[in-house]
Design a protein around this ligand. Structure first.
Ligand SMILES: NC(=O)c1ccc[n+]([C@@H]2O[C@H](COP(=O)([O-])OP(=O)(O)OC[C@H]3O[C@@H](n4cnc5c(N)ncnc54)[C@H](O)[C@@H]3O)[C@@H](O)[C@H]2O)c1
Ligand SMILES: N[C@H](C(=O)O)[C@H](O)COP(=O)(O)O
Length: 338
């Protein structure tokens, strides 16, 4: 692990090889970066995609013995941790490459755990094609949590938080079918999630006294029990307990009005109960510029806010904004944590 004064060393996973992830890594490599970027992938993928995009790219193998140096335009370090099973065709998913994608994530995560690099920044993966290949996968967040599990200990609970200027939204549940959400939101889970959120905002994002708005699960936060019982049975007891410990929490609040400007001005983050309660609002405000952060794990991981965009892979039309923001936030989190 690099020291206080050193350049941040960031692993970059391009994600789904048929998607825009490789395009974005190549685009990022065209710019000077304050960090050292190491693409964890099959270098052939980048060479072929760069040729298709007609962009210059000098690839150099990563040498952990050399001190980290800021990336220079047109040059990119790589760690050939995994090899494609079949050549990648932009825009065309191939389940044969699903295991390769997961191997790049394993290598990037393990490198964070063993100090090979300071943090990992992930490009988008395609959850469907990984499952089509017979590999159970619901998202990076859950996969990395499992990878960070220590022998004999339970899997750490990960917290997904997306951030864009003016709004941070975290999720109590992540990639879960909607029908399973109510029973997943138990008192122990919610208490764990709120503690991780408060600690993560403090320790990783440098907000000393985070103010958090907590959405109800039901319309109008249950309308006093007339539109659902989870607020009274689960949310209110947990929130009251943690407020009594001094945490700055408000809720459960009706999710339809929690995101109005005057409320957000008085808060550092919102906790939504499920994926599509929080993320549509965040993406409406900041799609293409927002960052997905995983809190609650012993590693620093940020990611783009968008998917694989197969419709534009290999065309040069992919917007670099979210990856740029994800790299910047990972570096900031590394500095905050040093
Ligand atoms: N970080 C991740 O790994 C991540 C995040 C979200 C979705 N996904 C996965 O991506 C796949 C496709 O999801 P989707 O179609 O809902 O969303 P998507 O983000 O891939 O595409 C939605 C629309 O936005 C456009 N778009 C996305 N990123 C863009 C960029 N950087 N520049 C310009 N245009 C861009 C696409 O062309 C498309 O029109 C799914 O398998 C989903 O699970 C992965
Ligand atoms: N929930 C994320 C989003 O909608 O942007 C996305 O699916 C990626 O999640 P992971 O980082 O867990 O793969």
């Amino acid at each position: 692990m690099s020291s206080m004064t050193e350049t941040c060393r960031l692993a970059l996973t391009p994600g789904e090889p048929a998607g825009i992830g490789p395009d974005l890594c190549i685009a990022a490599a065209q710019q000077a970066q304050a960090e050292e970027l190491i693409a964890v992938c099959d270098p052939e993928l980048l060479t072929e995609r760069a040729a298709r995009l007609r962009l210059p790219l000098a690839l150099e193998p990563f040498d952990p013995e050399r001190p980290p140096t800021p990336s220079v335009p047109g040059r990119l370090l790589f760690d050939a941790a995994a090899t494609l099973a079949a050549p990648a065709q932009a825009g065309e998913l191939n389940p044969a490459n699903a295991a390769y994608v997961l191997n790049t994530l394993r290598a990037a995560c393990d490198g964070c755990l063993n100090g090979r690099w300071d943090a990992m920044v992930t490009g988008p993966v395609h959850k469907g094609v990984i499952n089509d290949a017979g590999l159970a996968f619901s998202g990076h967040t859950e996969f990395l949590a499992e990878r960070c599990r220590r022998d004999g200990e339970p899997t750490p609970t990960p917290l997904m938080l997306l951030a864009t200027p003016g709004l941070r939204v975290a999720l109590a549940t992540t990639h879960l079918p909607l029908a399973e959400v109510p029973k997943a939101i138990t008192e122990p889970l919610l208490e764990r999630i709120i503690r991780i959120m408060v600690n993560g905002l403090r320790e990783r994002l440098g907000i000393p006294h985070p103010r958090i708005l907590i959405c109800g699960l039901n319309p109008h936060a249950g309308e006093g029990g007339h539109l659902g019982h989870e607020e009274q049975a689960v949310l209110i007891p947990v929130i009251s307990r943690l407020q009594a410990e001094g945490m700055d929490l408000q809720g459960p609040l009706p999710a339809d009005t929690v995101f109005v400007p005057h409320r957000l001005q008085q808060a550092d983050a919102v906790l939504a109960m499920y994926h599509d309660q929080g993320l549509p609002v965040l993406k409406h405000l900041g799609f293409g510029q927002a960052v997905n952060v995983t809190l609650g794990l012993p590693i620093i991981r940020t990611s783009v806010d968008h998917g694989t965009a197969l419709d534009i892979a290999g065309t040069g039309r992919a917007n670099l904004g979210s990856l740029t923001a994800a790299i910047a936030l990972a570096a900031e989190m590394v500095q905050t944590t040093r």
